[in-house]
Design a protein around this ligand. Structure first.
Ligand SMILES: C[S@@+](CC[C@H](N)C(=O)[O-])C[C@H]1O[C@@H](n2cnc3c(N)ncnc32)[C@H](O)[C@@H]1O
Length: 324
């Protein structure tokens, strides 16, 4: 099996097992990446099952075409070159005879994307300041920093990076670009590092939050995730499950709140405790369409974190659809 794609799968068994019994079913891996989850899903659905795997990154799709050539040829794996926001159309177009029984997503970027200097995600490697997962569409991070208003840049860094120095960083960026345009990742990383905006030294690189913010903005990651949860859940069979791994609080908040809303437990429709109501009555009153599965969230074991420190912030949440 070729594995020239550098990515260690996070919560591999926990995620696939969270879908329950899937032998012979159709399931969707929304984040193909290096294919770690896809591979185990193929084993679990077995020879009569079908895995559909989405990615908007061409490197991931090319790698999977080679790695899973046999499964694709046998019609057991369908690769889809599209963002989450096209989930509904792309799944409908497949006309799956017995619908979708499980959906997983392992949100964010792969280590492969971060480690390739030419993708522009990393403040460690020098490369073009790009950051697009699909590098054929939309604006790059450099274009945004060279053309965006100072206020927009500050707001992006503040909201998507949760960076309290956002205004100062945006100001530095706008002064820098008066002299020369941003081209490379290190133009930005070094600018933030040299400014010494923080009194205390942190273990993290000072540009970490700014890079995260730009990546989320350039790839419209939070809207993509929201669309996926909405359209993915609508496409699921009753009894089918949806499991999502997120890596930071902005993503996890969206997953948790949307999932709790499906379970009739959003803040706006909580029923006071102690009322003599049956589970069915509560489900009707709260418009519950799903139930939580497992620990909500499940997190990596100490062993996994030791072997793969990148997994340390992962949170896996699963729900099962209980009614249409
Ligand atoms: C963390 S990696 C997945 C790793 C994979 N589970 C594995 O085991 O190798 C996330 C992948 O999802 C893709 N991705 C992220 N957001 C996406 C979106 N909105 N639409 C399609 N693909 C997306 C990225 O391009 C990346 O390849």
């Amino acid at each position: 099996m070729s594995n020239d794609f550098n990515h260690i799968t996070v919560l591999l068994h926990e995620t696939v097992d969270s879908l329950g019994e899937i032998s012979g079913k159709s399931v969707v891996d929304c984040t193909l990446g290096g294919g770690g989850h896809t591979d185990l899903l193929l084993q679990k659905v077995g020879p009569t099952g079908h895995v559909i795997a989405f990615d908007r990154d061409h490197d991931a799709l090319h790698h999977a075409q080679k790695r899973f050539a046999k499964e694709i040829e046998a019609g057991r794996l369908t690769l889809i070159d599209a963002p989450f926001s096209q989930f509904k159309e792309r799944i409908n177009a497949l006309n799956l005879p017995s619908g979708v029984h499980g959906i997983i997503a392992d949100i964010g970027v792969s280590s492969h994307q971060i480690d390739q200097p030419n993708r522009g995600f990393s403040f460690v490697h020098d490369g073009p300041l790009d950051m697009r997962m699909n590098d054929r569409d939309g604006q790059s991070a450099a274009e945004f920093l060279n053309e965006g208003s100072e206020e927009d840049i500050a707001n992006v860094i503040y909201h998507f990076g949760e960076e309290h120095k956002s205004r100062q960083i945006a100001h530095l960026i706008c002064n820098y670009r008066k002299l020369r345009p941003f081209k490379s990742t290190l133009d930005l990383a070094n600018l933030i590092e040299r400014a010494r905006l923080w009194k205390e030294k942190s273990k993290k690189h000072p540009a970490t939050k700014t890079f995260q913010a730009l990546r989320i903005f350039i790839n419209d990651e939070l809207k993509e995730l929201t669309d996926l949860i909405q359209n993915g859940f609508a496409s699921l069979n009753v009894g089918g499950r949806m499991s999502i791994i997120s890596f930071h609080s902005l993503e996890d908040r969206i997953v948790k709140e949307k999932f709790l809303e499906f379970c009739g437990k959003s803040k706006s429709n909580l029923i006071p405790r102690g009322l003599p109501l049956t589970a069915d009555q509560i489900a009707v009153l709260t418009n519950a369409k799903a139930k939580k599965i497992g620990s909500f969230p499940d997190i990596p074991s100490d062993k996994e974190i030791e072997e793969n420190p990148r997994s340390r912030s992962a949170k896996l949440r699963t729900i099962e659809k209980t009614t249409i």
